[in-house]
Write a protein that binds this ligand. Structure first.
Ligand code: FAD
Length: 388
């Protein structure tokens, strides 16, 4: 048998006992891989799918997330394949309430995945597809995959998303995700729109933004008693959307009929996180803090988490516990705050009481409430964090 290899269930696997094993090649996992490779820290990514996710879905990355891409020298590449809408227009009751400048970059999420992957591979990063983690033993630092392969690793970075198996295996709580009462349609359609549109309605809101020069992403969130599955792959129906969202809004998007597919996502709330690590495992992104999508921050937080934890691993070298403690200390307050704000945002967007709608619209029109809310989130600059 060659050195550094061992047989398990007739399968060979390299010895990863000196590696950080990153579970999941989403935004958080790929970003962490990039940061570790940049710092010459041995790592490997295990991804359950056969390739990187290519769902036709949009994503907006705000300045706090862009800062991470800038640190990785990937911001310009991302901007080249994306849109930079420049301003956002808020509508309510068929009128424009206000317009604000915006420096988010909007794109197809596969663009972000591909850029992160290409760079990781260029840094000689290793990724193993078709490796679905099914179990882990934190005492012996063994991880087990559905293809019967077992690997011994140095540390586990759980980047396995909203339905994290790592969380499930370690959680002592029996509480299950609860349906939030909201569902979200999403579709990509041909259009040359240059701005971001927010349409606020009673019990719904619609957001549209360009993902490149020829396509836009449209997301419609509604209050919906019927529970819908939480999945990127669940189809929705245009007829259903048309019967729920007022035609005055739908008519602004005539090419919606030309969209390839429409999908529907049931939004679920998970128990609040108390810790970002447990023993030899550290949680990053949605696996650490699944968040409702109403502020468009889940991906940005995954980028921030990855940058901070990756740099702490570099600083404290192999003292994982120090890195974990500091990571938790730096992250937890911000994560909890954005989580709460995201939940409240849906309520604000969906007001149905005419008096409250009037007050909200006046505040949006005549005060800088929107900018001050976003500033707190967007101005977070990872390069200014002390001790990184
Ligand atoms: C409708 C909608 C719109 C959104 N819009 C925005 C937005 O505009 N801006 C923004 O910042 N965020 C947005 N988000 C949130 C964002 O998509 C997530 O927060 C982000 O993808 C989280 O990244 P992650 O790396 O933690 O997880 P994921 O991107 O979910 O990646 C997890 C990866 O782990 C893999 N995996 C899972 N289980 C296993 C396993 N057992 N073994 C191995 N691999 C595994 C998966 O295949 C996947 O590749 C939105 C979310 C939704 C639902």
């Amino acid at each position: 048998m060659p050195p550094f290899f061992y047989i398990r269930h007739n399968n060979y696997m390299k010895d990863y006992s000196n590696y950080i094993s990153i579970i999941g090649a989403g935004i958080g996992g790929l970003a962490l891989g990039n940061i570790l490779k940049k710092n010459d820290i041995p790592c490997v990514i295990f991804e359950k799918s056969e390739k990187i996710s290519e769902y036709e879905a949009g994503i907006s990355i705000s300045p706090n997330g862009l800062k991470v891409l800038e640190k990785l020298d990937l911001d310009e590449r991302f901007k080249e394949v994306s849109a930079q809408p420049g301003y956002a227009v808020f509508h309510s009751n068929n009128e424009i309430i206000t317009e604000i400048s915006s420096n988010v970059v909007t794109s197809l999420r596969k663009n972000l995945h591909n850029i992160l992957l290409e760079n990781y591979l260029a840094l000689d990063g290793e990724i193993l597809f078709n490796h679905e983690l099914v179990d882990l033993d934190l005492t012996d630092k063994n991880i087990y995959f559905s293809n019967n392969i077992k690997s011994n690793v140095n540390h586990v970075a759980a980047c396995d998303g909203i339905r994290s198996i790592c969380q499930k295996k370690l959680s002592t709580s029996n509480s299950k995700p609860e349906y939030s009462g909201y569902s979200v349609w999403r579709t990509i359609m041909p259009s040359h729109q240059k701005k971001i549109n927010f349409h606020l309605g009673s019990n719904f809101h619609v957001v549209s933004y360009p993902v490149d020069q020829n396509k836009i992403s449209l997301i419609a969130a509604i209050k919906d008693k019927n529970k819908f599955n939480e999945s990127w792959k669940e189809k929705g129906s245009l007829e259903d959307l048309f019967s729920t969202i007022p035609s005055s809004i739908i008519d602004m998007y005539p090419t919606i009929k030309d969209s390839n597919e429409i999908y529907k996502w049931g939004v679920y709330i998970r128990p609040k996180i108390e810790s970002l690590y447990n023993n030899n495992i550290t949680f990053i992104g949605d696996s650490a803090h699944p968040i409702v999508p109403f502020l468009g921050q889940g991906g940005c937080l995954a980028l921030e988490d990855a940058y901070i934890f990756g740099n702490l691993l570099n600083k404290y070298k192999n003292n994982f516990n120090k890195a974990q403690n500091k990571y938790q200390q730096v992250r937890i307050k911000r994560i909890k705050s954005i989580n709460n704000q995201s939940l409240n945002q849906a309520k604000l967007n969906h007001l149905s009481n005419p008096l409250l709608i009037f007050v909200r619209n006046m505040l949006m029109k005549y005060t800088n409430v929107i900018l001050s809310r976003t500033k707190n989130i967007w101005s977070y600059d990872i390069s200014k964090i002390k001790d990184l």
